[in-house]
Design a protein around this ligand. Sequence first.
Ligand SMILES: C[S@@+](CC[C@H](N)C(=O)[O-])C[C@H]1O[C@@H](n2cnc3c(N)ncnc32)[C@H](O)[C@@H]1O
Length: 419
Amino acid sequence: MSQLEYLRSSPSTCRARHYSDDDFEMDMDDEWTTETESETSATIFSVGRTNATTETSVDDDGISMRSQTPEPEPIMHMDEVLRSNLYKLEFGRNLNSFSDIYKLPADEEELDRLERQYDMLNSLLDRKYTPPMMEVLADDGSEPQKAVLDLGTGSGNWIIDVARDFPHCSAVAIDLTPMKVMYDMILHRPENLEESVRIPTNLRGEVDDINLGLEHYYGKFNVVHTRLIAIGVQDYYRLIDQISEVLRPGGLIDLTEVGYEAYDRHHQPIKIDFNPDTDKPNWKSPYWAHWLRAIATVASTGGGETSASRNLESWLHAHRALEDVVHREFWLPIIPGNYDRPPAEAEFLKHYRNVLEYDVTTFLKSGRPMLLKAGYNESYLSEMEHLILTEMREAKEPQYSRIECVYARKARELSNKLW
Ligand SMILES: C[S@@+](CC[C@H](N)C(=O)[O-])C[C@H]1O[C@@H](n2cnc3c(N)ncnc32)[C@H](O)[C@@H]1O
C-alpha cells in the first residue's frame, strides 16, 4: 500500500494545499492552510493556489488550483489523485497536466536525466552558485528570514543544495510536477520513504504554473533562480518583471538558459535548410542541428519562448529595478566532434563525455512525445535519433549548444530607465 494514503479537500479558503510525509496516514483536513499559514508552514509540499490570473488546464476536481466547491470532498486515494491530476500519459511518457506549453516529460526517466545533468552543468559553468549569493544570503541575523525561490526546479537538486548549504534560509521550489525526491516517494518508490528525511526541513515544494503569475510572492525572496525553463515560459520578459517584484531590495536574480540552435567549432550558428513540414522533414547532416530546430519550432508554436537566452542580458540591463548585470556564456559540445579543441573543454569531456552521451540519448527520447504529437513519423524519428547518436560518437565536426547565464541585483531605488 502506498505511503501516501489520503487527501481531503476543503478548498474554498485555500491558496496552497500542503502535505508532509508525517501526514500520509491521517485525515488531511488540517493540512489545508490559508495564505498566511502557508508562509510559516513546515510542510514540504503543496499543490495549487487560488489567485491565479489565467486559465489552467486542470479542472476544478481533485487537486484543482481553484476549486470553488465549499463542501469538503470525500477522502481520496493520493496515488490516484496525483496520477490523474498531475500527469497525463502521451506516447508512453508521463507529461505534466498543468501546462500545455511545456511538453517535455515529467517522469522518472526525465528526472534522472536532469539529476545527472546537474553536476555536468555545474562543472561547465564552473560553479553551483553565482558569486553574489554568498553576500546576499549571508547569515547576518537580519529579519525577515532570508529566502530563495527556484522556478522550474525539475529534479530539485539545486534548491536542495541551497537549503542544505544555507540552513538559516528558507527555500521554495516551484514546478509543474513534484521534484524528484517527492516523485520517488509519492509515485514510484514508496518503499524509499526514508528519502524524505533527505529533504531539508527549510525547503518547501509547490506544484504550480509560473505563467499564471507570481503576485503572491511579491517582496518575499532574496534570491530567485531559474535554469533551462524557457520552453515552458510564455513571456520571459514578463517573468523577469515579476521576479523583480518578488525580490526584496538588494536581492539577486539568477537566470540560465540555453539557445535552441546548434553552433559550429567557431561558435557560429550552423545554417541548415530546415523544412517545418512534419510530413516531409528531409533532415540531412548535421542531424542534431535539425532535431534541435524541430524541437524549437514545435515548442515555440506551442507558446514557449525558445529564443529567451539571446535576450536575457539586454532584458536585465533594460529593467529599471535591476542593476549590476553580469553576463557569461558557455559552450556545451553536445556533438563533441573529433578536432583539436581548447584544453579546458578537453578536460571537461574527459570527465563528462559519458554523462553527456547519456544526456543526449535520453533527451532525444524526451523530445519524442512532442515531435510525434506535432506529426513527425515514428520510424523517421527513430532513424534520425540513430544518426544523431552516430554523429555523437563519430562525427569530426562538433555541434555546440550556447548556454547564457545572467545575474543582477534588485536596486534599492528605481532608476530612470524606461522599463
Ligand atoms: C529542462 S527542466 C530544468 C530543470 C532544472 N531547472 C534544471 O536546471 O535541471 C525544465 C523544468 O521547468 C519546469 N517548467 C517549465 N515551465 C514551467 C512553468 N510554466 N511553471 C513551472 N515549471 C515549469 C518543467 O516542468 C521542468 O521541470
